[in-house]
Design a protein around this ligand. Structure first.
Ligand code: FES
Length: 164
């Protein structure tokens, strides 16, 4: 069995063992990480985005859709991958996660009004920082983000349209 090390920004490396050719996302889920998979593993959102810090050659190459999505993703780097698209084909891959919390709807952000964020709140499709860390979420910020549900619906619609 191939081994993946999942690295957290502040923790020690945690090792997860996965079957060869399984998706990197499955290793994150094995580790109980909060990966929302907003687009249901279709390579269209930011919620499974990771940085590959070691042995990127031990993952399958980026798919065309993954390349397109990463091209417009805020916070993407040369070592960015979408974990739902990358399969593990060798040992010793190490990844770290973007800092922040992806929300999955405008309503879920609204529920956080009045609370101080410990980490940045991130847009689930573009990866934009919606609310920086250590800021209290106030209603006027949320009101500026009312387009958020629309964006998510658009992503889902585009994917459904592609299948026709
Ligand atoms: S779950 Fe949406 S891109 Fe991977």
């Amino acid at each position: 069995m191939e081994t993946i090390k999942v690295k957290f920004a502040t923790d020690d490396l945690s090792t997860v063992e996965v079957k060869a050719d399984s998706y990197l996302l499955d290793a994150l889920l094995e580790r109980n990480l909060d990966v929302k998979q907003l687009c249901s593993r279709r390579g269209l959102c930011a919620t499974c985005h990771v940085y590959v810090d070691k042995n990127p050659e031990n993952l399958t190459p980026p798919t065309p859709r993954e390349t397109l999505t990463l091209a417009v993703l805020t916070g993407a780097r040369a070592n960015s991958r979408l974990s739902c698209q990358a399969r593990v084909i060798g040992d010793g891959v190490e990844v770290s996660l973007p800092e922040g919390l992806y929300i999955d709807s405008f309503e879920s952000l609204e529920k956080l009004i009045g609370q101080r964020t410990q980490v940045p709140i991130l847009h689930p499709v573009t990866g934009d920082v919606l609310v920086p860390a250590n800021k209290i979420i106030i209603r006027s910020i949320v009101e500026k983000l009312e387009h958020l549900n629309f964006d998510i619906a658009k992503v889902r619609y585009s994917d459904a349209a592609e299948k026709k």
